[in-house]
Design a protein around this ligand. Structure first.
Ligand SMILES: Cc1cc2nc3c(=O)[nH]c(=O)nc-3n(C[C@H](O)[C@H](O)[C@H](O)COP(=O)(O)O)c2cc1C
Length: 156
């Protein structure tokens, strides 16, 4: 059971879990994918709530976010950390990770990308800007305007 909450609610949990890794969900043209993400920034830009997702240009996730202009960040409980790690060890180009890992999705009203069932926190993001991290690394920083946040009821 999830409830819509304020952007800053439970932000400490999101940052704490980012250190280990969280789930970055993308979807475009009927393909849904999920990958582990341990870099990221929940904060504010242009007076908007913004979640920055740094994604290496070679990732399948990169193609899907470029295509749809949307992504969802899911903060999973520790019991799902093994699953998170597995989403970071293979590509959605080669395997349907949701099917392989028995992950169920739920509709996130603000975007066309779904959330992952069992997550503690879910951020619905629409890309409003992107920047390259080159020459330091081959990542694109996707600046996601956070349109909605959902918290599992267990967070209180
Ligand atoms: C714990 C962990 C954290 C990761 N963090 C990132 C990240 O922040 N950005 C990134 O581009 N790749 C990161 N990766 C690598 C991707 O998750 C990995 O390459 C994944 O297989 C890409 O999947 P895709 O091709 O389906 O998008 C991380 C991997 C792990 C295991």
């Amino acid at each position: 059971m999830r409830i819509r909450c304020n952007y800053t609610d439970h932000a400490d949990l999101a940052i704490k879990r980012l250190e280990k890794g969280v789930l970055l969900v993308s979807q475009h043209e009927g393909k849904t994918n999920v990958m582990a993400m341990a870099w990221g920034f929940p904060g504010f830009m242009w007076s908007k709530p913004v979640f920055i997702a740094p994604v290496r240009t070679s990732r399948f996730t990169h193609d899907l976010i470029e295509g749809s202009g949307e992504f969802v960040v899911c903060i999973q409980p520790e019991t799902m950390d093994d699953i998170m790690m597995r989403t970071g060890s293979c590509s959605g180009r080669d395997v349907d990770k949701l099917k392989e890992l028995n992950l169920e999705t739920f509709n996130v009203p603000e975007v066309s990308v779904p959330g992952i069932e069992g997550s503690l926190l879910t951020y619905a993001c629409k890309v409003i800007h992107k920047a390259s991290a080159e020459p330091l690394s081959n990542h694109t920083l996707f600046f996601g305007h956070v349109l909605g946040v959902y918290a599992d009821k267990s967070l209180g």
